[in-house]
Design a protein around this ligand. Structure first.
Ligand code: ADP
Length: 412
């Protein structure tokens, strides 16, 4: 704008200089009447020389002085009025100052008004959109925050209802899933604590009961020995429970604690059978072995515990003069071990539950065989850590069969 004003002023000066013999003031009055800019000429005393227009050009005295002294004044701010420039215009040795100013016009005012209306519309529409976005995005996030707060306080029943399928909807669905899992974990934790307390309570009750009974002075040697044996057995049971709990917890807390070596699985099974010989021969149980040579890459101690627990259960839940059969073979890239017995069997609906801590079938409870219900949980944990599988089925003769499938690691 400033440049345009300047070049306009220069053009006026140039036109005047090129038209020889023209009177300055009439010429400038003519130019002023046809120019799209407002112009004014000041003489050396600072007096305006052109006819006053509706748009008077009134620069302050100092600016006029500067221009008369030969300086171009660019006064784009012009104290809040329209932009103005001043050009020195010496004629016949006399200094004049030519000022060119932007005229206000209707169009300019009109476009200004339109721009303001547009800006106001943009502002209103923008505010409305921001409000809508707030409702659409911020509200669900606030709901999520409240739900997370209530979850943190232990209320696992929180559920966020939503029909949305977008990212917020997916976030809500993941939150609901997490709350469900936490609720499940919390339930399991409570059950676990209740089971531990129950398992510990019953031996403690018998120990304290029999200890009180032994305080009686008159008691036969036979009764005393009987009571002491019970106290001893119950103490051993307590110790077994705590050992198993510790073992289970250490396996669960360090699922990578598998120290693998290569060893012959069939030989390990044979050793376990020999180690448990007093128990199965005491019940006159016939143990049949069908062991194909198979080398696995696994944690030897942990797997030995697996067979001890499975064979121990087989012996425990098989009647006197029963039969236990152990088979091992390879199937593809896996080693398979089956331990079958013709004992009391496991009801179909409990064949997965028996791997949970403290789960015992009713049949097993009735028989009052000692056990805490932790053995199979330890077995399952170890098999899982070896990326293997374990399942319980019914043996054709009515007993149970436990099948363990372990991967034979690459290169072996
Ligand atoms: P427990 O110390 O009671 O034996 P386990 O975890 O080893 O604990 O076994 C859990 C339950 O699974 C047992 O109480 C029993 O009801 C059932 N069970 C395990 N093995 C057998 C089996 N060979 N025959 C019948 N029931 C079994």
């Amino acid at each position: 704008m400033e440049n345009s004003l300047l070049s306009n002023g220069e053009q006026i000066i140039q036109t005047y200089r090129s038209s020889v013999g023209t009177e300055l003031i009439p010429f400038m009055n003519n130019v002023s009447s046809i120019s799209i800019y407002a112009i004014q000429l000041f003489d050396a005393s600072g007096k305006p020389l052109l006819e006053d227009k509706s748009e008077p050009v009134v620069p302050d005295a100092e600016r006029i002085r500067h221009v008369l002294a030969g300086t171009v004044v660019r006064d784009i701010e012009n104290d809040g009025r329209y932009p103005m420039v001043g050009l020195p215009f010496p004629v016949d040795g006399k200094p004049y100052a030519l000022f060119v100013m932007l005229k206000s016009n209707e169009l300019w005012m009109q476009s200004n008004k339109e721009v303001s209306t547009e800006l106001l519309t943009v502002f209103l529409v923008g505010s409305f959109l921001i409000l809508a976005a707030t409702r659409f995005i911020v509200k669900p996030l606030l709901r999520l925050r409240d739900a997370a707060g209530s979850l943190a306080q232990g209320n696992f029943d929180v559920k966020i209802r939503t029909n949305r399928k977008d990212e917020i909807g997916q976030l809500n669905a993941s939150f609901n899933e997490m709350a469900q899992e936490l609720a499940k974990l919390d339930r399991m934790r409570r059950e676990f604590v209740a089971n531990v307390s129950h398992e510990i309570q019953s031996p403690l009750t018998s120990i304290s009961g029999f200890a009180k009974a032994m305080k009686q002075k008159r008691m036969s040697e036979e009764s005393r020995m009987y009571y002491l044996t019970i106290i001893e057995e119950e103490s051993e049971r307590l110790s077994r429970i705590s050992q198993n709990l510790l073992r289970l917890s250490s396996l669960q807390h360090d699922p990578y604690s598998v120290h693998s070596t290569a060893f012959r699985l069939d030989e390990q099974l044979r050793k376990v059978v020999i180690a448990l010989e007093p128990q199965w021969s005491g019940k006159e149980i016939a143990v049949e072995l069908d062991l194909k040579p198979v080398t696995v890459h696994a944690d030897e101690d942990q797997l030995s515990q697996v067979w001890m627990n499975l064979l121990g259960n087989g012996i425990k839940f098989t009647p006197v003069r029963g039969r236990i059969c152990i088979r091992s073979y390879t199937e593809g890239r896996s080693a398979v071990v089956c331990i079958m017995d013709n004992g009391i069997g496991i009801p179909e609906d409990q064949r997965t539950d028996i791997f949970k801590p403290f789960h015992k079938t009713d049949k097993a409870r009735d028989r009052a065989v000692s056990g805490s219900g932790l053995g199979l949980s330890i077995v399952k944990q170890i098999v899982d850590m070896h990326e293997g599988e374990i399942r319980a089925d019914e043996e054709s003769g009515g007993g149970s069969v436990f099948t363990v499938k372990l991967p034979i690691r690459k290169g072996l």
